[in-house]
Write a new protein. Structure first.
Length: 95
């Protein structure tokens, strides 16, 4: 699901309560005030970095530049300009 950046404000992040997910991004709709939780990041795989500020999974950070390049190349197809989605958060926050 895609969330238009002009319709939602990014409030922050929290640890996800969903199985095998790392974090939830908290988005607030400007018109309704409703908060949407967007789960992203897998606890089954390692990631390059963690810029959520929570750093709940330091053991999953690998720091491998070559692996990062491959991941970002794969994920580019899921990104849409001007929209948030789980791939956007993984791409920018974890990789």
């Amino acid at each position: 699901m895609y969330y238009k950046k002009t319709d939602y404000k990014l409030l922050g992040y929290e640890k996800s309560f969903k199985k095998n997910k790392m974090y939830n991004a908290l988005l607030q709709n400007h018109k309704t005030g409703k908060i949407v939780r967007v789960p992203f990041g897998s606890t089954l795989y390692k990631n390059f970095k963690d810029t959520t500020g929570l750093n709940n999974y330091p053991h999953l950070i690998h720091g491998d530049e070559e692996r990062r390049k491959r991941f970002r190349k794969r994920m580019k197809g899921y990104l849409r300009s001007g929209y948030y989605n789980p791939a956007w958060f993984s791409y920018h926050i974890l990789w």
